[in-house]
Design a protein around this ligand. Sequence first.
Ligand SMILES: [Zn+2]
Length: 205
Amino acid sequence: MKLRLIFIGFSVLLIGSCTPSVSTSPQIIVPQLETKMEMVTRADWGWVPLTDTIPTHEIKYITIHHGGEDFPEDKDVIKYLIGLQSWSRSDKNWIDNPYHYMIDLQGNIYEARPIKYPGDTNTDYDVRGHALICVMGNYENQILSKIQFEQLALLTATLADKYGVANDLIKSHKDYTETLCPGKDLYRYLEDGSLIKRVVELRKP
Ligand SMILES: [Zn+2]
C-alpha cells in the first residue's frame, strides 16, 4: 500500500556529542530529530466518494473513540474500513464512515470522513465542531499498545495545532454522554492525564 508521508514541522533540538559541554539550566530534551506522521489517505484504501453532503463545521474539539468491537490481529483493516463505510451509508443513512480518522492495531492512521463535515454517533451528543478519532478495537477487552498510544497522541497533537484546539477540549466520547466508549484501557490514559501530557509535548511551541 502506498503511504503518503506528511511531515510536521516540529522544532528540532539537537543534542549531540559535538555540542559544547557547558553548564546551563536543565533543558527539555526532544528525543526526535524530526516528528513525522504517516497517514493512509482515503484514496489509498479505496474510499468511495460522497454522494451526499451535510452542512460543514469548524473544528473546536477533538474527541476520542474506540470501534467498540473486538479486533483480532489478523482482521483485514481495509475490508473493515470499506465495510464500515458501506454500512454507514446503507444501514445508518449517514453520508460516510462516522469518524474522521481511524487508527489500527499497529498504529497506522487512516483518513475516513472528510473533516469539514461533522461526524455521526449512535449516542446523543452534538458532534458538530468535533474532530472524531477512532481507535479500532474494543478497549473494554483489548489493551492499547504503546505504538497506538503514541500515534493517537501524535494525530491529536497535529489536529490540535492545525485547528487551534485547546488542550482542555481534547476529550473522549464518555466525557460527553453515557457510553463505555472509548473503553477502560484507553480511557485510563485520559483519566490520569498521560495522553494530554504527551499531546502537549508533541504540540508546536
Ligand atoms: Zn464513541
